[in-house]
Design a binder for this molecule. Structure first.
Ligand SMILES: [Zn+2]
Length: 280
């Protein structure tokens, strides 16, 4: 028990830089405050075109996610607003040959999703009439004077949502625009509407938030912290209605809304839980 706790605190103190470090500031999703300009895109394969109603659902879900993020930011005394942004493929889908599904639970990533996200960023810049995602991002910054921008790709098929924060320091032509992919369906044939909490979860990743749910790909200490301390954090569970979700202190620290101490203050509670074996 204590080993885990030690690992948890060491991980945060030693191995993680504050959210203002370079990995968080090089990409387009620099900081989740001020005015954000989202670039959204509807993609489909020729076999699975979008319906107008389904697109409408996605638009509404994004608006709900942004509204929620804004009100959570307000709780932390942070001013945050979202531009209406750009919607590519709103009248006619942006057609691609193939849509990847996202990583299935526990499966190691082979990097194909990452490459695909870069492909989407290139498709998006072409749609905007520019040569590279970097050019697109710089044009958006220049035109809208926003603090950050990010890409949200809506794929009209089933799959697992994922985000690509910018960690590489090479090839900024491709990597500068940070984005995520969300899917219309959870699994084949599931009549699942777009989930605002999933969109909020993926957007938060772009600004530095960690996953806090139980998954082989998530460090044990983080899923334990999520389960015991932050069960309502949108990074712990993104399938709930947004009204039941919060941006908890750990996530708030990761995205730069609070200083580190704010979430470290809850650690004694974790000790209590680990020692007593009883949930809070
Ligand atoms: Zn996640």
């Amino acid at each position: 028990m204590f080993d885990k706790l030690k690992a948890l605190t060491q991980r945060y103190h030693l191995t993680n830089k504050p959210p203002s470090d370079l990995t968080q500031s090089r990409g387009s999703a620099t900081v989740l405050r001020g005015r954000i300009h989202p670039l959204s895109m509807f993609v489909s394969t020729p076999e699975e075109a979008w319906s107008a109603a389904h697109k409408q659902n996605a638009l509404a879900a994004q608006a709900a996610a942004e509204h929620w993020l804004q009100s959570e930011a307000r709780r932390y005394g942070i001013r945050l607003e979202f531009d209406a942004g750009e919607w590519f493929g709103r009248v006619r889908d942006v057609t691609v040959n193939e849509i990847l599904r996202g990583r299935i639970d526990g499966a190691p990533s082979d990097g194909s999703n990452v490459r695909k996200l870069h492909d989407y960023a290139r498709v998006l810049s072409t749609q905007a009439g520019l040569r590279t995602p970097r050019e697109l991002y710089l044009a958006v910054r220049e035109k809208y004077r926003c603090s950050s921008s990010h890409m949200i790709v809506y794929a009209n098929t089933w799959g697992r949502a994922h985000a690509l924060p910018f960690y590489a320091d090479d090839n900024t032509d491709d990597y500068l625009l940070e984005g995520c992919v969300v899917y219309g369906l959870d699994r084949p044939g599931a009549p699942d509407p777009w989930l605002p909490a999933t969109i909020a979860h993926e957007v938060l990743h772009l600004y530095g938030a960690w996953d806090l749910y139980r998954d082989p790909a998530v460090p044990e200490e983080l899923s334990a912290a999520g389960e015991l301390l932050f069960p309502n954090d949108v990074m712990t569970d993104n399938l709930n209605p947004l009204g039941k979700c919060v941006v908890g202190p750990l996530t708030a620290w990761r995205i730069g809304w609070t200083p580190e101490e704010a979430w470290l203050r809850v650690l004694p509670k974790l000790v209590e839980v680990l020692v007593s074996g009883r949930p809070l």
